[in-house]
Design a protein around this ligand. Structure first.
Ligand SMILES: Nc1ncnc2c1ncn2[C@@H]1O[C@H](COP(=O)(O)OP(=O)(O)OP(=O)(O)O)[C@@H](O)[C@H]1O
Ligand SMILES: [Mg+2]
Length: 271
């Protein structure tokens, strides 16, 4: 691999909750090459959002180092864009003004700014809602505004935390295709957090499987399937089975004692 654009080195994160230490991340090591697409999957609470917050620079209190272009992350930077798990739109700003916030650090003329915002509103299919306020949108529409805001400044590194979770299946597939098209035009390095194994395989070059408490890497799976990927293909299906197995089988599985049914009338078992 060439010098990685993103490097997590022995990253650990512990929160304090009610005076007790809660170890959220342990010894997380991942190197990401420029232009690579990495998906992180894992059960709820295993530290996925925490990892993205650390990489985007919103939380600098952690162990180990995170480097971008070989320099330690010490705060937020415009080369890193994030779409949060909750959309975090400003309720008093219209759709176009919320998206325009993604351009605050860009040196653009007002006309260029308007054109860029309009192009991304169109991309997420909200042209008729450009002047609408967030409370006039559905959850999925609000999430699409957040996606447009994350993409509008063309960041070199894009962090996506469950960005398509609130979308219906058709819109979700459409947004996945668009994300791949945007990446094909501009080599954006992408880190996607998702619960959806199929989404991870459809989009990513590598899938990092986390296991919980504390969050740590269980396995890293390369997805060597050519694009456009066929969800119905055998290879796709096989990878999905492998990843689902990784996600659902704990290393230290304790078998549950078999239920004793000997003395119980069958009628009771049925209800
Ligand atoms: N600010 C915080 N203070 C204390 N504990 C926190 C904080 N943020 C996260 N945690 C804890 O860290 C762990 C990881 O949380 P995180 O939000 O990263 O999980 P996640 O993998 O994104 O889960 P989900 O899939 O449900 O979004 C959880 O146990 C959570 O309670
Ligand atoms: Mg999360």
């Amino acid at each position: 691999m060439n010098a990685p654009i993103v490097s997590f080195n022995h990253v650990g994160k512990t929160f304090e909750v009610d005076g007790a230490a809660l170890e959220a991340i342990r010894d997380f090591n991942v190197q990401i090459a420029e232009g690579e697409f990495v998906a992180i999957v894992g059960s709820s609470g295993c530290g996925k959002s925490t990892l993205l917050r650390l990489l985007v620079g919103l939380d600098t209190d952690f162990h180990g180092t995170i480097e971008v272009d070989g320099k330690p992350v010490t705060g937020v930077g415009s080369e890193r864009g994030i779409v949060f798990q909750e959309h975090r739109l400003f309720p008093w700003l219209s759709v176009e003004d919320n998206i325009g916030l993604g351009l605050v650090n860009e040196a653009l003329s007002p006309v260029e700014r308007r054109q860029r915002v309009a192009a991304f509103i169109e991309l997420v299919g909200l042209t008729d809602f450009a002047r609408a306020l967030p409370h006039q949108l559905s959850g999925g529409m609000a999430q699409r505004v957040a996606i447009a805001r994350g993409l509008v400044a063309s960041p070199r590194i894009l962090l996506l935390d469950e960005p398509f979770g609130a979308l219906d299946a058709l819109t979700r597939q459409h947004m996945q295709d668009e994300l791949l098209a945007i990446r094909a035009r501009a080599k954006i390095t992408t880190v996607l957090v998702t619960h959806d194994v199929e989404e991870a395989i459809f989009l990513a070059d590598r899938v990092v499987v986390l296991e919980p408490r504390p969050g740590r890497i269980k396995q890293v799976v390369n997805v060597d399937l050519p694009h456009p990927r066929q969800r119905a293909s055998f290879a796709f299906h096989q990878l999905r089975e492998e990843l689902l197995h990784e996600l659902t089988h704990a290393d230290h599985y304790t078998p549950v004692a078999p239920i004793q049914v000997r003395d119980v009338p069958l009628a009771f078992i049925a209800v």
